[in-house]
Design a protein around this ligand. Sequence first.
Ligand SMILES: Nc1ncnc2c1ncn2[C@@H]1O[C@H](COP(=O)(O)OP(=O)(O)OP(=O)(O)O)[C@@H](O)[C@H]1O
Ligand SMILES: [Mg+2]
Length: 487
Amino acid sequence: MAVALGRTARILVADDDRAFRVSTTALLRQDGHEVLSAADGSETIDTIRRGACDLLLLDLRMPGPDGFSVVELLRREGQRVPILMISGFGTVDRTVQALHLGVDDFLMKPVEPDVLSARVAELLERRPLPRANGLEGPGGLVGRCAAMEAVFEAIRRVAPTDANVLVTGETGTGKELAARAVHELSPRNRGPFVAVNCAALAEGLLESELFGHVRGAFTGAVHDKPGLFEAAGGGTLFLDEIGEVGSALQQRLLRAIQEREVRRVGSVRSTRVDVRLVAATSRDLRKEVSEGRFRDDLFYRLNVFPVSLPALRERQGDIPLLIQTALDRAAFQARRARPLTCSPLAVRLLRGYGWPGNVRQLFAVLESAAIHADGDRIEAQHLSAEVRGDAAGGQTDGPRYRAEAAGEGERAAIVAALESTGGLREKTFQILGMSRTTLWRKMRAYEIDAPIAAKTAAKKTETPRFSGSRMDARGVPPLPGDLQPSA
Ligand SMILES: Nc1ncnc2c1ncn2[C@@H]1O[C@H](COP(=O)(O)OP(=O)(O)OP(=O)(O)O)[C@@H](O)[C@H]1O
Ligand SMILES: [Mg+2]
């Protein structure tokens, strides 16, 4: 799986038709890929066997072993290169046959350049990444976008110092991971990392947890007990959900930070403490300050060095990488022999969703999907209803249709999409986020046919084409009715 669309690759174009090879090679090179070509079945097999191809564009009818035989042989050998079959002679039956043999996608000539580019990009996205090693930032934080790189840089920079760090970000963005990373990369990493969730305890209890108490300080205080400040001595104290702390405790925290000593509840003696503080909050602490709910002096003490984690919807380019991480983990936990993958439609739905619960939610959705999936591939229907049905993120109609297409209203979604495009095939499958082939297959399965197509086939408008002509070198004319499968 690629980190972003546009990851470049080495692609083998196998077609006996020279003109098709030339035009396709030019297109793929324009997209930044390296292109090899083969003119018959044997050459294709040899090239794949020599290795290092990321994708095979394979013609169905070729001299030597034909496309089907090539696929069969390669798959039998265990070659896992993604295969996009392209044919001028496709029928729905052949498509289904090809998919059964292990072809990943199927396009019929004439192929629109834009469609080809998009399908290639999608298939490349499913390439396995080099294992997460080396791709993870400090503390196991996963991300490659500029915002995450900035976070990694900030963590690496501040960790060796003793400065207090304030980590902010929405729920599930990895604040705790970031806090641990600061500790792990600091000279204190041999000392303890003590985390306390300030929202989980009532104020009085939190106070005695943090500062400790002496025997008899309150009912139930039967022993002297050191607090977490002392427990974290020589290490890092992580104050999670710091925004939830009430004003009395804020005052005590401020004193502890300023004086570097704590006094156990009920005691008159102070103890020196040597801790580095990392605090985290999903609240806008500046706003809390300006509205008088959080002490500004404490805020400044904690916010010596801010680290702000981006929401997942602000770094959608990282989603494929996070999907891969989640799937690797799920496969490992379930002791699966083969890696899990994600269908292009599922990836698209995952990318289009708004992720209010951020990375935590994404991981949970994929963990559950991995359990639902029978095989090694996560399909759209394995995703939770909110991901499939989310209209948000959707300024356009696209995501809504896409999402519905994966759910129970699939037939209705297809009809709605067809109607919205006036039956235009190109637009419809893009809106639905399906391949043209899938759309045809589904239309057949749902018995959606002629009426919608017939209505609009006549007024179809031409879309601009690569090099001014369709990439069909065989001269196969465009299909008559726009929505007619070429069966
Ligand atoms: N960038 C990331 N890379 C890898 N895993 C992540 C990332 N962000 C979050 N996670 C995972 O998501 C889950 C939640 O992360 P974490 O507890 O750090 O979030 P948080 O910001 O502290 O959330 P909350 O505000 O709800 O406490 C964890 O399982 C964590 O491993
Ligand atoms: Mg947290």
